[in-house]
Design a protein around this ligand. Structure first.
Ligand code: GLV
Length: 352
């Protein structure tokens, strides 16, 4: 009897073996997904999207990783969704043999050494376009708050110091019909100019080159030299990317060329303005005020800023509307999906 079943496997064995096979297949499915790291807290919809393509390790605590931790976490990963606080340099890249793409959730990318990425055959991407309007809006929040001394007046009221209306209370700078000087006339600079048309301002700009006449016309803006801009503008606002060429674009010399009644706005990058020189200028009254969203050595800004009343301060939030931050993270995720699927990511920064 036993012999008649020779060569046939018992049912339990077949079942076990099929289950193993199925498990292997499903494991193979997940093993085949490239491993990626998301270095900071992001929106659930972004993690869900990435999980369709990748085995995702994320950092839900949102605490920035130091360089060693970052390279340990990235060691076996093919890609990463990163932020401005993640420094990608040659040392880190040399420790991450599998890495193929780093996708910044930011338009600025001064945290990434592009040459080192190119040498290591790692694609780097950013998120241009999706944050222009939101950053332009916030620039206007800084312009109005600084010109009209809003945070200083609010602090006075909150401290219980307000004892009644006074003719000369918190005299500020008129924004309407003033001259707006825009340093850096790319997408964000142009958005800021378009908003200024409603305030019937004179709009001047400076950049490494003039924009085409049709853009100047749409923005009601005229090109001037750096010196003319500093001397003429009532409000100077900066929208250049950070690079060695723009490091301390505004320092002691430039602040001295500005009108004593003028204000300086920076929602671009820390380091474009020399913060110590600005603090001196605000103390001495070289200029009337400043509105700042970005600082040297973020988040450890120069503590002397906190002692000054004529400065409006915010913690690098110019692009931070919910809609825009979701769009930025999604765009970075789409760049990562493209890069690891053998396609050219839409916002590739380095040659490949
Ligand atoms: C924010 O600062 C950005 O560069 O997107």
């Amino acid at each position: 009897m036993r012999n008649s079943f020779k060569g046939l496997r018992p049912f339990s064995e077949i079942l076990f073996s099929s289950l193993m096979q199925a498990e292997k297949l499903s494991n193979r499915g997940s093993l085949m997904k490239p491993k990626v790291l998301v270095t900071r807290e992001v929106f659930d919809e972004v993690l869900n999207y990435l999980s369709q393509y990748f085995e995702v390790t994320s950092n839900p605590s949102d605490i920035p990783m130091d360089s060693n931790t970052l390279s340990e976490k990235l060691y076996d990963k093919e890609g990463a969704l990163i932020t401005l606080s993640d420094k990608i340099d040659a040392t880190l890249l040399s420790r991450c043999p599998n890495l193929k793409a780093v996708c910044n959730i930011a338009v600025g990318y001064n945290n990434i050494d592009l040459d080192a990425c190119t040498k290591a055959r790692v694609m780097a991407t950013n998120t241009p376009g999706v944050l222009d309007d939101t950053t332009g809006d916030f620039t206007w929040a800084l312009i109005l708050a600084t010109a009209r001394r809003l945070t200083e007046a609010e602090a006075y009221l909150r401290n219980g110091q307000w004892d009644g209306w006074k003719l000369k209370q918190f005299l500020g700078l008129d924004v309407h019909h003033a001259t707006l000087g825009i340093f850096g006339f790319g997408r964000i600079g142009q958005v800021v100019a378009k908003r200024a048309i409603g305030f019937e301002m004179k709009i001047i700009y400076h950049d490494i080159q003039e924009v085409p006449p049709e853009i100047e016309k749409a923005c009601h803006a005229n090109y001037v030299s750096k010196e003319e801009l500093l001397a003429q503008a009532d409000i100077v606002t900066i929208h250049v990317p950070y690079s060695p060429a723009t490091y301390h674009l505004i320092g002691e010399r430039e602040l001295e060329q500005m009108k004593p009644t003028s204000i300086l706005i920076n929602a671009s990058r820390g380091g474009v303005v020399d913060d110590s020189a600005l603090i001196d200028a605000l103390r001495k009254g070289t200029i009337a005020g400043a509105g700042l969203d970005v600082f040297e050595n973020e988040p450890k800004l120069n503590p002397h800023f906190l002692e000054l009343k004529n400065v409006v301060l915010s913690p690098h939030i110019a692009s931070s509307s919910r809609n825009t931050r979701v769009k930025m993270a999604m765009l970075a995720a789409q760049n990562l999906v493209a890069a690891l699927n053998g396609k050219t990511p839409p916002n590739l920064l380095n040659p490949f």
